[in-house]
Design a binder for this molecule. Structure first.
Ligand code: PGH
Ligand code: CA
Ligand code: ZN
Length: 305
């Protein structure tokens, strides 16, 4: 069943769990998300970035996800992740997305507000919910590697941003980052800041860059030839704590990419005579699905559909 993020997150906020937003780019990653949600009876957000749209085609991806949503009783939203401009948002609205993110986090405060407000005006006319972002994450985001220093979200600005834009959800920066290399030393998140934001902002809060980079996946990928030394993510206890402090949507991409890569490498290494794509990508889908199911249990969304 296709629903908006607003609907999913309202209930999550009330019942103090988080809904996972999983990035997909192809049939296998979508099947992994949908099958996991079905088996866990979990609400779920299917997230598509502009680069995924460039890779898979907007209409192909939208229709695949809509087909998946019609076939399952679990509530599912079709979400634009890291939308960069009004044009992209408009195209996604035409294609039937039920939620969009406009990422103006790289802009000066006033410009971020103006862009986000414009998107809210357009999207709300269609009943579609909007996520904005304030504060800047480091790491790999879409086409660019963000090498500038991270800017953590200012609680006072967050309150003003939500008030002035009318966003339905706010992505915050508290020390997470995109990609597989999140920390050089000990993982550290600014929970005090999250608390302060929560006190000032009623809208559901979103955690990007939240992959845990499970070491067993890194070891498996490495065993079959991958080079991923230094990869490190957000420990699961940090995720639990973030949820207890009011995070209601959690974005996961990198953990799925790693699970996919490790599984493909394993098949190719162990079955050199195999050349049926289904025998290579099937296990990769299963590997992503297991990771997603574990996230749904960690986030507390299992059984909530
Ligand atoms: C994310 C994903 N997508 O919008 O924020 O973050 O790289 O930690 O999976 P990860
Ligand atoms: Ca951003
Ligand atoms: Zn993100």
């Amino acid at each position: 069943m296709l629903v908006t993020n607003k609907e999913l997150l309202k209930r999550a906020q009330k019942e103090a769990y988080a809904v996972g937003a999983f990035n997909i780019q192809n049939l296998e990653s979508l099947l992994a998300v949908v099958e996991a949600a079905d088996e866990e009876k979990s609400p779920v957000i299917v997230a598509v970035t502009p680069s995924a749209i460039k890779y898979g085609g907007l209409s192909y991806l939208a229709k695949l996800i809509q087909t998946a949503a019609e076939a399952t009783p679990v509530p599912m939203s079709l979400h634009l992740d890291h939308g960069e401009d009004v044009e992209t948002v408009k195209k996604c609205l035409e294609a039937g997305f039920t939620s969009v993110m406009i990422d103006g986090s790289h802009l000066p405060f006033d410009e971020n507000i103006a862009l986000t407000k414009r998107v809210v005006d357009i999207a709300h006319q269609k009943g579609v919910s909007v996520e904005g972002e304030l504060g800047r994450l480091t790491g790999v985001e879409e086409k660019t590697v963000e090498e500038r220093e991270a800017v953590l979200t200012d609680p006072e600005e967050a309150e003003e941003f939500v008030k002035l834009t009318g966003v339905d959800a706010l992505a915050v920066s508290i020390g997470t980052s995109h990609g597989a290399y999140k920390f050089k030393g000990e993982p550290q998140l600014d929970f005090e800041r999250l608390k302060q934001i929560r006190e000032r902002v009623e809208a559901p809060l979103v955690l990007h860059g939240a992959s845990s980079i499970p070491q067993w996946i890194i070891e498996k990928a490495t065993k079959y030839g991958a080079e991923l030394s230094g990869a490190r993510g957000i420990p699961e206890e940090h995720i639990r704590k973030a949820i207890s402090l009011g995070i209601t949507k959690i974005n996961i991409d990198t953990d799925l990419r790693l699970a996919f890569t490790a599984a493909v490498r394993e098949v190719l290494a162990n079955s050199p005579k195999e050349f049926d794509p289904r025998k290579i990508l099937g296990p990769a889908k299963e590997a992503m699905k297991e990771v997603i199911k574990a996230k749904m249990r960690l986030f507390g969304s299992s059984g909530k559909a």
